[in-house]
Design a binder for this molecule. Structure first.
Ligand code: FE2
Length: 322
């Protein structure tokens, strides 16, 4: 159903071995598939439960991560949501589409079967998921890291992406990296323009897919209204990084070790991961803070106003958290 449009069979084996190991851009034709026409996306927006539609607004300033605010999409229709993405200042994330529509599960299955058959490093592959991002002209995705690997399949519009070195504490402090993996901190990080000197960047066009080494900081500025799908997953290697980072945060720091090792291979890394897994089974490490409390908002999407946003009288949880 999607194999021809994925076009993975046209990629070189060398390119496939770089999948989520090294910043790369490859070609596809998914944007020509009926599944991703404007009418199909509006239909998806009409029918997807609001619980799966994250909605944020922000100021178009890469240094202002604190301007990111949740917006309640309330009762907006699919057409109104799409129009708000085209003409407002929004970042919509349609979450876990494979749980709503089997065709997205099929897309993931075909994608990762083909990648595996071409030698992509996917040992221990599990928890595939597919999100769709709709972003307004000028909208920013601020400087951040993700907790696991993903690939961004770009479908509509043009956007500029910067990717920075992975596991490099000149770009993210060790404490912040651990706190993000521990679930104690949101993914967004302090950013200054000087960091761009060490980045790779590209202007993504429809029909291009991009990936980078797992945990590399990245950020995006949208030149036009953009639509992409973000396919994420876990592997044995990504789970090991997650466990080592959480071991450092929850165990090593408690032992007053100020710079815990980040090695992910070798006997000491294996022992650290084993100790973390055993300990976590009993102690169930989790953060004391609850980010849900930070998401209460007075901003409500309203397609009848020029900014597409109105203020509610009192703070409310956006629909995606109710
Ligand atoms: Fe990301």
């Amino acid at each position: 159903m999607f194999t021809d449009h994925l076009s993975i069979d046209t990629w070189s084996d060398e390119l496939c071995t770089k999948f989520n190991q090294e910043f790369s851009v490859a070609k596809h034709k998914l944007h020509e598939h009926d599944q991703f026409s404007k009418a199909s996306i509006i239909d998806l927006l009409d029918n997807l439960p609001k619980k799966q539609i994250q909605c944020y607004t922000m100021v178009a300033d890469a240094t202002n991560k604190d301007s990111i605010k949740a917006v309640d999409p309330d009762e907006a229709s699919g057409a109104e949501l799409y129009e708000a993405a085209e003409a407002g200042m929004f970042w919509f994330n349609l979450k876990r589409l494979e749980t709503f529509d089997d065709s997205y599960q099929q897309l993931l299955d075909e994608m990762f079967d083909q990648l595996a058959s071409k030698g992509a490093p996917l040992a221990g592959l599990h928890e595939l998921s597919c999100d769709m991002l709709l972003t307004s002209p000028g909208a920013h995705t601020h400087y951040h890291i993700d907790r696991g690997p993903s690939a961004l399949w770009h479908l509509v519009g043009s956007k500029k992406l910067w990717v920075y070195p992975s596991m490099d504490f000149d770009y993210i402090s060790q404490e912040n990296m651990e706190a993000i993996f521990a679930g104690k901190m949101l993914e967004y990080l302090p950013y200054s323009e000087q960091l761009d000197e060490g980045s790779n960047s590209c202007v993504l066009q429809p029909g291009e897919v991009v990936w980078w080494d797992n945990s590399a900081p990245h950020r995006v500025e949208n030149n036009e209204m953009c639509v992409s799908i973000n396919c994420s997953y876990k592997t044995r290697a990504s789970v090991k990084r997650f466990n080592i980072q959480r071991a450092n945060h929850y165990m090593m720091r408690n032992m007053k070790i100020s710079k815990p090792g980040i090695a992910e291979s070798g006997l000491s890394a294996d022992l650290k991961e084993f100790a973390y897994r055993a300990s976590n089974r009993f102690l169930n490490y989790k953060p004391d803070n609850n980010f849900r409390d930070d998401y209460a908002t007075t901003l409500v999407l309203d397609a009848s106003t020029p900014s597409y946003i109105v203020q509610s009288e009192s703070p409310r949880m956006p629909a995606f958290l109710r």
